[in-house]
Design a protein around this ligand. Structure first.
Ligand code: C5P
Length: 251
């Protein structure tokens, strides 16, 4: 997989959570040059299949296939190979699948050209608040941290977590990249998400990839909403590097 196409971080990932392949592609066309990544999740992939991934790659996007694999090690290993063949640059699996499942995924990817897609372990869904995870009494941030430690030990490239968990995860596992859903512009509705952050807060926390769906796709002008979010990310990244706001370029 040509990972050289993958742009510098932190970066915006637009979740194409739409019930229709043509609408997804038409939105993607409007997002060219604004967001370098598109995320295809369960709904759209179930409807449109791998052909959509190739179309998105053809438009110049890096493709994040968010199917959150969780199964026996052999099945997940085979699914990683299938996702890579279908055009995924990055895919997700649940850290709760455990060491053998995650290592099997890593080995499957390692045997592919270029090391295969990036593998990101889902820690605690950003829609969970404390006490909502069946059978888990730990606070989401503590549970996410312990799963992230596993992800690092088992060879995953990164984890999916809320922005609130990034500082502790980065401290404990400096090599692990953090991909954060639950991103909401200041004052926007949280929808069903519970552990949300603004783009600027997530960048300041150290997030590498920021995922936004509804704040962009449900906006009156999705391309403009994506542009505003990408600008907020860029300005926050420059601020984090110590560049004063007056020196930030407008575009
Ligand atoms: O619309 P919204 O911005 O809430 O979309 C967030 C996207 O990120 C959805 O596609 C959702 O499936 C995904 N996601 C998430 N939390 C995770 C992993 C993925 O919200 N832990």
């Amino acid at each position: 997989m040509p990972l050289t196409r993958i742009p510098p971080r932190p970066d915006l990932v637009v979740a194409l959570d739409l019930p229709d392949k043509d609408r997804a592609l038409s939105l993607a066309r409007r997002l060219r040059g604004v967001a370098p990544w598109c995320k295809v999740g369960m709904e759209l992939f179930t409807l449109a299949g791998p052909a959509l991934l190739e179309s998105l790659r053809g438009l110049g996007f890096n493709v994040f296939l968010d199917l959150k694999f969780y199964d026996i090690p052999h099945t997940v290993a085979q699914a990683v190979k299938a996702a890579a063949a279908g055009g995924a640059d990055l895919l997700t699996l649940h850290c709760q699948g455990g060491e053998r499942m995650c290592r099997a995924a890593r080995e499957a990817a390692a045997g592919l050209p270029g090391g295969g897609p990036l593998l990101f372990g889902v820690t605690v869904l950003t829609s969970f608040a404390q006490g909502e995870m069946p059978g888990i009494v730990a606070a989401p941030q503590d549970f996410a941290l312990s799963l992230a430690r596993g992800a690092a030990a088992w060879g995953l490239d990164g984890v999916v977590c809320s922005g609130h968990e990034v500082p502790e995860i980065k401290k404990a596992c400096p090599g692990l990249r953090c991909l954060c859903p639950g991103i909401r512009p200041e004052g926007a509705a949280a929808d069903d998400q519970r552990r949300v952050m603004t783009p600027a807060m997530a960048v300041a926390a150290g997030a590498d990839y920021l995922v936004a769906g509804r704040p962009i796709i449900a906006a009156p002008d999705p391309a403009e909403a994506a542009r505003a979010m990408a600008a907020a990310i860029r300005h926050a990244a420059l601020r984090a590097q110590g560049v004063p706001p007056a020196a930030h370029s407008p575009a």
